[in-house]
Design a protein around this ligand. Structure first.
Ligand SMILES: Nc1nc2c(ncn2[C@@H]2O[C@H](COP(=O)(O)OP(=O)(O)OP(=O)(O)O)[C@@H](O)[C@H]2O)c(=O)[nH]1
Ligand SMILES: [Mg+2]
Length: 486
């Protein structure tokens, strides 16, 4: 610490000590005077002081009371994210939509319009609300008045004239609509302000959606639509419950009536009936007021939070793609080693009755998979791992041969090719199981966990079902044919 700061600290400390002494002295003097007062005055003054202290404590509690912790999402910086996307691209993953998302991020920043996304379960009235917010806009969206299938943007304006783009998104929680729900969520992240539209008390899943949106830290508005369906007293209660339910998550909770149409039957004077459709009048003043307040920082002022949300969403998407890409790569590696093991087995002159894992091959497979998952693996660790796999196999050798024999019966062409093929097939099964077990364990534990991988290996060696056997049989047959030709 530089000297002047040290000096200031010492002076501040001395001043504080002096103050404390003075306060203590004063308190003692006051206490003495208090004791000299007549009894009734002691009581009145004492109770007043006590009440005062209690009120102070209450205020203090109100300030520091524990609040429902808001889970903030991780948002990496843009540079790191771009590097990860580029790495995925060079590894052959389809990164088109990720690049497009970054492009859209920049496009909207340059545009400097405020984006409001309306998000919520199906049929809560999002599309109707957008029509009410921008009645003059010619919306291409559902003239049929059906469910929204894709993201639709509608241009409007805030009460003060600033341009506003409204994003209508597909409703969430539609049976079989998972892909559309993803579209909706991604669009919600791209907006400056999000309105969560509901039409009554929040269900647990709706409350979770609100929490999910809030975690991105953007202004979030909960809009109770279809207010016309409730009495004033019911509405007040509903709003109260919604406020309690969403707590810190929502900046505001308001009620509106987007309008929509109602149909009813009218009995005509001649006794006939007529179907009538009538537009309800929208009542959305509260929404305009709330929007004016939430959008007051302007597109620029809200941009940092918006960018954070988009990057956080991308972070998740990139993570998923990384996992998928790595798994696909692991599968290719495992297949390559299974092939090599088969070729090696077919080249052996006289196959013994024992199955012994080809050590060098297994070590190379282990090393390659560990590198893929970014798990450091020393030579000792790799050797240990191969030894453990051998032990696992020794006890399971007969099971593997039995499974291989059984599987071969299902492929008539292979069964007749003799014992060499049975052994080769068994090795395909062994290396495929070893590789898959190791890849799964590495992905799960991020370490070379022998016990875990051995458990997984045992399970896979004993699993002779399904498409895996077919693939391994084809692989064995190909190798056999190649050998026969040469
Ligand atoms: N009573 C009443 N009904 C409304 C109101 N707003 C919308 N509706 C009705 O609610 C139904 C659904 O409205 P939409 O606007 O299509 O709902 P949405 O949220 O866009 O639905 P999805 O696109 O499927 O997610 C329609 O029948 C509307 O007429 C309202 O304020 N009051
Ligand atoms: Mg809609």
């Amino acid at each position: 610490m530089p000297r002047p700061r040290l000096l200031i600290a010492a002076l501040a400390f001395a001043a504080l000590a002096w103050l404390l002494f003075a306060a203590a002295e004063r308190a003692l003097a006051l206490a003495q005077r208090f004791l000299q007062l007549p009894g009734w005055l002691q009581w009145t003054l004492g109770s007043a002081l006590g009440l005062f202290a209690l009120a102070g404590l209450a205020v203090l509690w109100w300030i520091v009371r524990p609040r429902r912790a808001r889970r903030a999402v991780d948002a990496p910086d843009r540079g790191t994210l771009e590097q990860r996307i580029d790495r995925l691209h060079t590894r052959g993953a389809d990164t088109g939509t990720l690049h497009a998302e970054l492009g859209e991020l920049d496009r909207r920043r340059a545009e400097a319009r405020i984006y409001l996304a309306l998000f919520g379960e199906i049929s809560t009235g999002k599309s109707t609300l957008i029509r009410a917010l921008a009645p003059q806009a010619t919306v291409a969206s559902d003239a049929r008045g059906g469910t929204t299938r894709q993201v639709v943007h509608v241009d409007g304006a805030l009460p003060d004239g600033r341009p506003l783009t409204l994003a209508d998104v597909p409703g969430s929680r539609e049976a079989g609509g998972e892909a559309r729900e993803t579209l909706a969520r991604e669009e919600a992240l791209r907006a400056h302000v999000v309105a969560y539209v509901c039409a009554g008390d929040l269900t647990r899943t709706q409350a979770e959606e609100v929490r999910w949106l809030a975690a991105f830290g953007k202004p979030l508005l909960v809009v109770l639509n279809k207010a016309d369906q409730w009495s004033e007293a019911e509405l007040a209660q509903l709003l109260e419950r919604l406020r309690k339910q969403t707590g810190e998550d929502a900046a505001m909770v308001i009620a509106v009536s987007a309008g929509g149409s109602e149909r009813f039957q009218r009995t005509l004077p001649d006794g006939g009936v007529e179907q009538v459709e009538r537009q309800r009048k929208p009542v959305i003043d509260a929404l305009w007021k709330a929007l004016a307040r939430l959008a007051s920082p302007g597109a620029e002022g809200l941009e940092a939070q918006r960018e954070r949300a988009v990057l956080a969403g991308l972070h998740e998407r990139v993570g998923t793609l990384e996992t998928q890409t790595r798994a696909a790569e692991a599968e290719r590696i495992v297949r390559r080693y299974a092939q090599r093991a088969v070729v090696g087995a077919l080249a052996a002159i006289a196959p013994g009755s024992d199955l012994v894992i080809q050590g060098a091959l297994a070590a190379a497979l282990t090393r390659e998979l560990a590198r893929l998952y970014g798990v450091p693996a020393s030579d000792v660790q790799v050797d240990d791992f191969v030894r453990q796999a051998r032990l696992t196999l020794r006890t399971g050798s007969s099971i593997v041969l039995a499974i291989a024999g059984n599987a071969l019966k299902a492929f008539p062409g292979l069964g007749t090719l003799g014992g060499g093929v049975l052994h080769a097939f068994a090795y395909a099964l062994i290396f495929d199981s070893l590789g898959r077990a190791l890849a799964a364990s590495l992905a799960e534990r991020q370490s070379l966990d022998q016990a875990d991988a051995a458990d997984k290996l045992k399970a896979l060696l004993a699993d002779g079902s399904g498409a895996r056997m077919k693939e391994l049989a084809a692989l064995t047959l190909d190798a056999w044919k190649e050998k026969a030709q040469s």
